[in-house]
Design a protein around this ligand. Structure first.
Ligand SMILES: Cc1cc2nc3c(=O)[nH]c(=O)nc-3n(C[C@H](O)[C@H](O)[C@H](O)COP(=O)(O)OP(=O)(O)OC[C@H]3O[C@@H](n4cnc5c(N)ncnc54)[C@H](O)[C@@H]3O)c2cc1C
Length: 403
């Protein structure tokens, strides 16, 4: 009788990569996260090492210079990076979504032009849906593009919350191209907007593409989140994702597809931060003594640890299941939504429990869990809030039920 391998089982290749990334997190990320977090500074030396390790090309096919690995392996890597510091996974995340969009929807020419340099991390990508007046209701996007001559679109409008908004070279930006379209999502297009990394005021070919100062945040420091202001920015028609003929007014579907893999990725981040919170809690519970014994020997603390570990395990399994379904070519909106919802809430839960176990010290900047406590809430918001995940799950459940 054949026995199916457990979900947590890794191939030899996955084991080797995860060990390598875990060592990288232990030696390079965790020791310096406190510094970059406190200074809210981009961790360039860490990012440089990530380039050397090939981490920007994990899912990019080998023919373009990447590793050609699947979403499951990518999710495992993201867990290890996020265990170190979720800002590091944030630096890779939008890049991963950009490369997914190119691989799935880009023209041959677009893939050739961008993927080899994306695989090495020479150029990095951001993606931009949100605007000052909208996040959940993506179809309400106001930023618009209109054709000004045969080969050019002009983009006008304002975007919000763009992770890697300043230092990226490419922004996959969703804009309105047909204001009269009904339903609204049929009138949206994804443009590959190029810019000069690190330059706030676009000039020459990038004139009209401006990046205001980064948004000051509770946590998730180091990686910049910015607005983008498009003021007459000229974008070549050839930069419509998938080409003008195939891609015009198809952007909403393309972005929603990418968000499905993005949600697996955020789920993996929830698993990573939960794993770290549990490790810190276990260590502290053995060290700290009250009433004559280590607090780990109080049943109330053991119950907390048990709940954390149980939820963490479930979150990991759900994340890997959603990833494996995607890798098998199946639609996984329901599973990706469930994994994102559960794993991000688990990340938040475990961090809060870990903070409680640390007592007063958890509130001190001397302890790592204080940073985790400021970082974890982002996972409840980015790539669809918990409320939006429940809407997606509910809708998909009913669709499957009615079939
Ligand atoms: C640090 C950070 C980085 C980000 N990075 C990016 C990025 O790189 N690219 C990008 O495009 N966006 C990014 N975002 C934006 C993020 O995706 C949005 O913040 C998120 O989708 C929520 O949108 P909103 O903030 O406009 O909240 P709103 O949509 O205004 O929602 C406000 C509240 O109402 C709830 N709500 C909304 N609609 C419903 C409903 N129908 N039923 C029940 N409840 C509802 C929400 O769950 C939330 O609790 C980032 C955000 C943050 C904080």
């Amino acid at each position: 009788m054949s026995v199916a391998p457990p979900y947590t089982e890794k191939t030899d290749e996955q084991k080797a990569i995860c060990e390598m990334v875990r060592q990288f997190a232990d030696e390079q990320i965790i020791p310096s996260a406190e510094h970059y977090d406190a200074a809210d500074e981009f961790p360039e030396p860490i990012v440089e090492q990530m380039r050397e390790l090939g981490l920007f090309g994990v899912t990019i096919p080998e023919e373009y210079g990447g590793m050609g690995l699947d979403l499951t392996t990518y999710a495992m890597i993201v867990e290890e990076l996020s265990r170190g510091w979720i800002s590091i996974s944030g630096i890779v995340n939008t890049h991963f979504i950009g490369s997914y969009l190119l691989m799935k929807f880009g023209t041959d020419e677009q893939r050739q032009r961008y993927l080899p340099r994306m695989a090495t991390g020479e150029i990095r990508a951001a993606f931009s849906l949100s605007e000052p007046e909208l996040g959940s209701d993506v179809q309400a996007i106001k930023t618009s593009a209109r054709k000004v001559d045969d080969a050019t679109y002009e983009i006008n409008g304002q975007k919000m919350w763009v992770t890697n908004g300043l230092l990226s070279s490419l922004v996959f930006v969703l804009v309105k191209t047909d204001p009269d379209a009904e339903p609204r999502h049929r009138g949206m297009t994804c443009f590959i907007a190029e810019k000069e990394p690190g330059v706030a005021q676009g000039a020459a070919a990038y004139a009209g593409f401006n990046v205001p100062p980064k948004i000051r945040k509770l946590g998730y420091k180091g990686v910049e989140s910015t607005e983008l202001v498009f003021d007459g920015y000229r974008c070549p028609a050839e930069n419509v994702l998938g080409g003008e003929e195939a891609g015009l007014n198809r952007g909403f579907g393309q972005m929603m597809d990418a968000l499905e893999v993005g949600r697996v990725n955020v789920a993996a981040r929830g698993v990573g931060i939960a794993q770290r919170a549990l490790e810190l809690a276990l260590r502290y519970a053995e060290e700290r003594r009250t009433f004559g014994k280590p607090i780990s020997e109080h049943q109330a603390i053991q119950f907390k640890l048990a709940d954390m570990a149980t939820q963490l395990e479930a979150a990991r399994l759900m994340t890997l299941r959603a990833a494996r379904m995607k890798d098998a070519g199946e639609r996984a909106e329901l599973e990706a939504g469930m994994a994102k919802l559960f794993a991000s809430e688990t990340g938040h839960f475990c961090v809060e429990e870990s903070l409680r176990i640390h007592g007063g010290y958890g509130y001190s900047k001397e302890y790592e869990v204080e940073r985790l406590y400021r970082d974890a809430p982002l996972l409840l918001i980015g790539e669809g809030t918990s409320e939006i995940q429940r809407m997606v799950i509910g809708r998909k459940l009913l669709q499957r039920h009615r079939r």
